[in-house]
Design a protein around this ligand. Sequence first.
Ligand SMILES: [Zn+2]
Length: 170
Amino acid sequence: MNKIKSNNYLVKAGLFFVFVFLLYSINIMAQDNDKQFPKAKTDAEWKDILTPFQYQVLRESATERAFTGEYYNTKDTGTYYCAACGELLFRSDTKFDSGCGWPSFFEPSSDSSLVYREDRSYGMIRTEVLCGGCGSHLGHVFDDGPPPTGLRFCINSAALRFEKDGQEVK
Ligand SMILES: [Zn+2]
């Protein structure tokens, strides 16, 4: 009898921990959805800093027309930063010629450079790429890229600021 009681207790304790774990998971997911970005600003502040077109792309998720951006054909060696907050995003040695008309990279400079979000606009399911520093829209990532990652980060030139190696502008 005692044994049955203690088993019962274990089951109850187990269920309790599962319940706590579920609550914890839901809490983490909620935090991820409205993640506070370290370099976040208000809309008014962004409007002060960005050009109207940069604002449309970075803050309203607009996409520049293919083959019109400043960097889709850039082959210089250097570093690509977020045009909004200056976060280091991509190195030129991960840039490749995808032919799609936007700057394309197969890997971000670090895991924390980018944040991903499901994008169901325009009747497609895509993965939106946001700046890990400020949460601004950069572009999308697709799984048809080259090795070693197989990823294609398709990024708006307007969301980037490029600095050639040896010519850093402070
Ligand atoms: Zn940024």
